[in-house]
Design a protein around this ligand. Structure first.
Ligand SMILES: [Zn+2]
Length: 75
């Protein structure tokens, strides 16, 4: 199972595999205990989890991932 959680240190969303109890933030390297965090979404596969994270970021007003696509649409 994959979960989407938010880093309590920098506020970045990240993907975590629930096989592990801890996860290091890819942004600030802060080590978090997964069970202490709020889960924003759950998925069975990494692909599904990535899609879910994109949707959560988009709902929050768009993340960095969306900027290149947006630029691409402009001439
Ligand atoms: Zn962080």
């Amino acid at each position: 199972m994959y979960v989407i959680v938010r880093c309590p240190s920098c506020g970045d969303l990240m993907l975590a595999n629930t096989v592990y109890q801890t996860r290091s933030c890819s942004n600030c390297n802060h080590r978090v205990m997964l069970r202490t965090l709020r889960v924003y979404g759950k998925a069975k596969t990494p692909g599904e989890a990535t899609e879910l994270m994109k949707r959560i970021k988009a709902k929050e007003g768009g993340g960095e991932d969306y900027t290149p696509t947006f630029r691409h649409l402009k001439p």
